[in-house]
Design a protein around this ligand. Structure first.
Ligand code: HEC
Length: 106
């Protein structure tokens, strides 16, 4: 968790405040690799984690991803205090975009 916090802090420093208000898919992808990739496989991010489900196999909405990342649960850590709201928004936008069109199983 320390290594993750350091990686996330480094990313926060490198992100320019001039990038604008809307979520960034490019930043979301980099953050996903750093914060989620060790546990989740997602082809669009090139990750192969196996502790959590393969996120590419079902359609996750932006809201679902935000909720899950903030709250965690069922073996997933809550990251709402590790990541900033902005970072979570970027990650959720990236995951929703990457999984759009996959089967939805809720
Ligand atoms: C330490 C491992 C770990 C990390 C890090 C992690 N997850 Fe998870 N995640 C899990 C596990 C385990 C589950 C399965 C929980 C369950 O069975 O419902 C899960 C479930 C999910 C789900 C629900 C998937 C589904 O099929 O219902 C989403 C979405 C998700 N994670 C997104 C993320 C995102 C985005 C990140 C990075 C910010 C992340 N996770 C980081 C372990 C992790």
């Amino acid at each position: 968790v320390k290594a993750l916090a350091a990686a996330v802090a480094a990313l926060a420093l490198s992100a320019s405040p001039a990038l604008g208000a809307s979520p960034s898919l490019a930043r979301g992808k980099v953050l996903f690799v750093a914060a989620c990739g060790s546990c989740h496989t997602l082809a669009a991010a090139g990750t192969h984690g196996r502790k959590g489900p393969n996120l590419g196999s079902e359609d996750s909405s932006y809201r679902e991803v935000v909720d899950r990342v903030v709250r965690g649960g069922d073996g997933m850590p809550a990251l709402g205090k590790t990541l900033t709201r902005r970072q979570i928004a970027d990650i959720a936008a990236f995951v929703a975009h990457a999984t759009a069109g996959a089967a939805h199983d809720d």
